[in-house]
Design a protein around this ligand. Sequence first.
Ligand code: FES
Ligand code: FES
Length: 163
Amino acid sequence: MQTQVALLHLRVNGEAHPVAAPTHKTLLEVLREDLGLTGTKHGCEVGECGTCTVLVDGEPILSCLTLAADVEGREITTVEGLAQNGELHPLQVAFAERGAAQCGYCTPGMLLSAKALLDRNPRPTEDEIKEALSGNLCRCTGYLKIIEAVKLAGERLAQGGPR
Ligand code: FES
Ligand code: FES
């Protein structure tokens, strides 16, 4: 079977990225292999772990189950796009302060799912946080510190912190 290559016009973290890639490549593969954005992690690759989560137009999606060709022209946000002008996002600060990352493998996906939640609801309840992160598995932290960190970042954002 012949591999079809297409020129894709992706927008990642506010920048245009024209990339020639086989049409069967997932967004996860294109981000990591073609654009060098390795913050998005390979996990199960079957939609079970959430470690490959990125935002498309502000909504969390699993990049291992998404063809890059299907998100052409949409705004893709990866963990590399969270810090702005050299300043970490409040979620990144809170994760560091609360010790919410241990091995860190799940952290990029957690941060992006949490960002989508706080963007629409800066003061989520614990249940709302759990619900928003229910697709992101962590084998290290026990989740408690992650939930605390999301709550703390939300409080800071609601008080007029950056973004
Ligand atoms: S790598 Fe995508 S859900 Fe596990
Ligand atoms: S910090 Fe290790 S998997 Fe979550």
